[in-house]
Each structure stands twice: as C-alpha cells, then as structure tokens.
Design a protein around this ligand. Structure first.
Ligand code: NAD
Ligand code: ZN
Length: 355
C-alpha cells in the first residue's frame, strides 16, 4: 500500500518574506471581533522581531520558553490560557521559532478544536477534527518540523508526536533573514539534524525515488553550508531543512534518531545535539556519513559533551534501551526486517556507554 500524503499547501520563500505576514493573515481574519494567536519563541521577547509582528485588535501574543522540549502539559496549559482569554476560538495560530515553537503552534492549533488532553492524541491519526488555521515561520533550520505531519511532545508516559494530516501547517513563511542570528553551536546541531535525516533516509531500506530526490538535493545543500561556507548559507540551509523533511516524509529515519530518542526521553537531551551525540558513535552503521560528520565538526570546532553518566542507574539504562528499541520502523528502515538479531540490547547499551 502506498501512502497518500499531504504537504503544506501554501509556501512563501525569500528574504524579507516575513513582512508579508500581515497580508497573508488578512483574508483569514474571518470572525467579527476575532483574533490571532502569535506563539513566539521568547528568545525574541523585546527584540525587533516581536515588534514586527502584525498584531491588531484583540490579537494575543504568547511567548514560549523552549529551554525544555515541548510537553503535553505545556500544550494543555496554553490551550486553557487561550480559552480563558476569549470565549471563541482564534482565527489562526502563528508559530515563530525553531522546531520546538513550531511544534507547540501545531499542537495548540489541533487541541483548540479537539477535546481532552494533547496526551490522548500522541500516536498516529487519532485527531478527528481539523485544526485552527496555522502558520509556521522558522527562525532556526534543520528539523524539517516546518513540513512534517507531526509535532513531537513529551507526555506522561511517552515521547511521541501527534501524527496526522491536520497537524501540517496551512501556510509557511520561509524567510532566511530570520535564521541569521542563531548562535553557532545551535546552528550546527539543528543543521546536523537535517544532514542526519538525509543520511538515514538515503541509507535506509525504505528509500524510493521520491525520497532520494529530496534527500540527495538536501545533502548537497548541507555540504554547501557546512563544508563550503557558501555566502548564501541561510537560504541554502532553509531549503535543505525543507527538502530533508520531504525526504523522510516518504521514507524514514534510522539508528541515529532511535538512539537519540533514548537519551532525549531519559536524560532530557535536545533533539539536535542528541542526534549529533548519537551520530558520533555510529561509524559501524553509517561509516561515510559519520566520517563526513566528524569533518564538519572539526571545521566548525564543535566539541560534544559526554551526556550518559558512567554511573547511570540500571533502571535508567534499561529505560533508554527499551525506548530506543521500541522504535521499530526506524530500526527496520536501518537494518531490514531481521533487525532484532543485529541489534541486541547489549549492542544498544554499548552505544550509550560511549555517549
Ligand atoms: P528549538 O526550537 O528547541 O530551539 C533551540 C534554541 O534555539 C532555543 O533556545 C531557542 O530559543 C533558540 N533559537 C531559535 N531560533 C533562534 C534564533 N533565530 N536566534 C537565536 N536563538 C534562536 O530547536 P530546534 O533544533 O529547531 O528544534 C528542536 C525541536 O524540534 C525538538 O523539540 C524536537 O522534538 C522537534 N522536532 C520536531 C520535528 C517535527 O517533524 N515536528 C522534527 C525534528 C525535531
Ligand atoms: Zn531529526
């Protein structure tokens, strides 16, 4: 069976495109006396970008702290805050920030129209009612969250996205100017998320011409950014992220993402740096990709921290291993249907011990 998947229907790209947000929102302001919700990464609080938001009337600004990756509890609180603010739903939700903020905006727009807690919808196609109109505006590139049909949330019992066709943004504004001030380490870690998406997609069993086309182009762009230091790096990285997201949308990630989920769930390590820490020890699975990754690390003087304590408890180690091995599709993509014989618990533990 072939998957019949949706993509974001409207996309604007180019330096300064953010200035057209007001025009984009105008026809969506349909409720008399209605309002828009702007979910903004609080790194921009009091900064120029906040001042440029085309807020009017009763529009609501919701700054979000993404020190920790989004939790279902946060989503439920934000939805309660918006319901308390007005008796009607907003006309739109606009998420401006990195992968975390975009995921928060996606989740909030879904939960404003669906009952219960966001934790009830962690899984595949559990959402029944379409979301509020929602717009994604990345200020950090690499995750592909702008184009994906998921928003990754940590819930009371699992870290899993709300995967659905309704999760996809209705509109993207890709403005390379917005990613220009990202601190170097963060720029590298989130950018490498994209590089790794491509390596895992292109080396997986689920690869097909659709995913290969996007993955190869994205990889080429990553090299222009991280090896050649191309003068148009911001534009190229923004497109690499989008294409990398499109590549995994019709294939799958692999061992690196599976391992990174383990350290993320148990130790709270962020996605981008977590993927880098996992990639660093995977030379036996992705030899060429890891060699290239090491070259890029060297070029950008990136030093990875050791995150798994030598004295980690047995319980935490076991939880990391089961979290990782539960991601069956990722392992199957990486090693084939008989992956379990190749990836016993001891091998997973040995990877973790090196991280
Ligand atoms: P992020 O959104 O967590 O942000 C990382 C840091 O960068 C934060 O401190 C943030 O404030 C800061 N930042 C963002 N933009 C900035 C800018 N322009 N200038 C200065 N600082 C800026 O980082 P991320 O790597 O983009 O996203 C990771 C998140 O994305 C995780 O929560 C992960 O689960 C999620 N994710 C989602 C998908 C998906 O398909 N939905 C895919 C991969 C990852
Ligand atoms: Zn990723």
């Amino acid at each position: 069976m072939y998957r019949n998947f949706r993509i974001v229907p409207q996309i604007m790209f180019g330096s300064g495109a953010f200035n057209q947000l007001e025009d984009v929102l105008k026809p969506k302001r349909v409720t008399g006396g209605g309002f828009m919700v702007f979910i903004l990464d609080d790194v921009f609080s009091g900064k120029e970008l906040e001042k440029r938001l085309p807020m009017q009337g009763k529009d609501l600004l919701v700054p979000v702290d993404v020190t920790h990756e989004p939790k279902t509890k946060l989503i439920d609180e934000l939805v309660a805050q918006i319901r308390h603010y007005a008796p009607v739903n907003p006309d739109g939700v606009i998420g401006i920030g990195g992968g975390s903020t975009m995921d928060i905006a996606k989740a909030v727009s879904l939960m404003l129209t669906n009952p219960g807690s966001s934790a009830d919808y962690q899984g595949w196609d559990l959402i029944e009612t379409p979301a509020i109109y929602h717009v994604g505006i990345p200020t950090l590139s690499g995750t592909g969250a702008e184009i994906s049909r998921t928003c990754i949330l940590t819930g009371p019992v699992k870290k899993l996205g709300i995967n659905s066709d309704y999760t996809l943004f209705d509109q993207l504004i890709l403005d390379p100017e917005l990613i220009e001030g990202v601190p170097q380490d963060q720029w590298f870690f989130t950018g490498m998320d994209c590089f790794i998406h491509n390596i895992e997609s292109l080396h997986g069993c689920m690869i097909n011409s659709f995913s290969k086309t996007y993955g190869e182009k994205s990889l080429e762009l990553c090299r222009e950014v991280f090896v050649d230091n191309h003068p148009e790096s911001a534009e190229k990285l923004m497109m690499a992220s989008y294409f990398g997201g499109m590549s995994i949308a019709y294939s799958q990630v692999g061992a690196c993402h599976a391992l990174s989920y383990g350290i993320s769930y148990v130790l709270g390590i962020h996605h981008g740096i977590g993927c880098c820490i996992a990639m660093n020890v995977l030379e036996d699975i992705y030899p060429e990709g890891v060699a290239e990754f090491h070259e890029m690390m060297k070029q950008h003087k990136i030093i990875l921290p050791k995150v798994v304590p030598d004295d980690i408890s047995r319980k935490d180690m076991d939880l990391m291993i089961t979290t990782t091995l539960n991601l069956e599709p990722l392992w199957e993509n990486c090693l084939g249907k008989e992956w379990r014989t190749q990836m016993p618990q001891e091998r997973v533990e040995a990877y973790f011990r090196r991280m």
